[in-house]
Design a protein around this ligand. Structure first.
Ligand SMILES: C[S@@+](CC[C@H](N)C(=O)[O-])C[C@H]1O[C@@H](n2cnc3c(N)ncnc32)[C@H](O)[C@@H]1O
Length: 307
């Protein structure tokens, strides 16, 4: 018997206590999928192991700027033709039809793309959590891509403004089109994690990254210096693949291997923990990722502030 899924309770993606802290009301994500059985899952795991041994995955880093220009350029062309939210969706979400949910692999059906929906709900829940805690209503997103995350927040009444920061010209242009769909989205700014310094002190804001620091590998220190030295009373929300927070299951281990191969974010979590021990940072919420795509566990949630 195939185990079918047609909805997922968001709370079930987190340990009970943390889930209750993060998600206030029952939130269901509708999608169609079939859970792979033991044999199918084992075969799939073998296939992932094989790929990890044999494929040359593109490594993240400064050399990829043109790739991002090109990728977001494709979205930009679509957006210019028709400025609708759908055209801002990053294409990498549309590639796979197998996702991870807890320790299961799920074959998604009817193009129902739960990854995007799950991330959206997690993003909204994380930001609502910060708003309840501090009352902040202004968001700055760094490495904002096309601005899709910010567009998905458009209906949140408590948000008063959202400012995108991106290093690719095409991404910045997309974000500016996003501003035409939602007036809360301000003019996009150039920002390079490796080189840019915050122009002036930022205060009372939510500083957000979503799968963006991911791209810097071990070179996140300038951005963190900016956060530590050039902000006042801000809360930082990092929804990033954090290797230290990936589970110790076979799936989790393959995910760590993949993150290493791609040279994704590494050392960031330990740095934050070190700063916490030194009494410079308080971690408000830290939640392991329990979902993801074929190769990678999805972003963990790390919410912190300076003290
Ligand atoms: C995986 S995408 C995520 C985009 C967006 N945050 C989202 O979730 O849709 C990574 C983003 O980081 C940006 N990025 C990569 N390296 C960067 C750097 N050094 N400075 C600023 N942005 C960078 C890319 O251009 C891209 O927009």
């Amino acid at each position: 018997m195939k185990q079918k899924i047609n909805s997922l309770n968001l709370k079930k993606l987190f340990p009970k206590k943390l889930g209750n802290q993060l998600v206030k009301s029952e939130t269901f994500i509708q999608f169609n999928g079939i859970v792979l059985n033991k044999l199918e899952k084992n075969n799939f795991l073998k296939k992932i192991s094989y790929d990890l041994k044999n494929y040359k995955f593109v490594k993240a880093g400064a050399h990829r700027k043109n790739d991002w220009e090109k990728g977001w350029g494709e979205n930009l062309e679509l957006i210019k033709k028709k400025n609708i939210v759908q055209n801002f969706i990053p294409k990498y979400y549309l590639k796979n039809n197998v996702i991870r949910i807890r320790n299961n692999l799920v074959l998604t059906k009817n193009n129902s793309k739960p990854e995007i929906k799950i991330l959206e709900k997690i993003l909204i829940s994380s930001l609502r959590y910060v708003n309840k805690y501090k009352g902040h209503s202004k968001i700055m997103e760094f490495g904002s891509g096309t601005g899709y995350n910010l567009l998905s927040l458009a209906k949140e009444k408590w948000i008063s403004s959202m400012e995108p920061f991106e290093w690719s010209k095409s991404g910045i242009k997309c974000c500016n089109y996003a501003g035409k769909l939602c007036r809360k989205i301000k003019k996009a700014n150039f920002f390079d994690f490796y080189k840019s310094i915050f122009k002036k002190k930022i205060d009372n804001k939510i500083i957000l990254t979503v799968a963006a620091l991911e791209q810097t590998g071990k070179n996140f220190s300038l951005f963190l210096k900016n956060c530590m030295n050039k902000t006042e009373n801000c809360v930082f929300v990092n929804l990033e693949p954090i290797q230290e927070l990936m589970p110790n299951t076979k799936l989790g281990k393959l995910s760590k291997k993949y993150a290493k191969k791609r040279k994704y974010l590494s050392g960031f979590y330990n740095y934050i923990k070190k700063k916490e021990k030194e009494g410079k940072i308080k971690i408000l919420l830290e939640i392991k990722s329990q979902w993801g795509s074929k190769y990678l566990n999805g972003p963990s949630i790390l919410i912190w502030e300076k003290i």
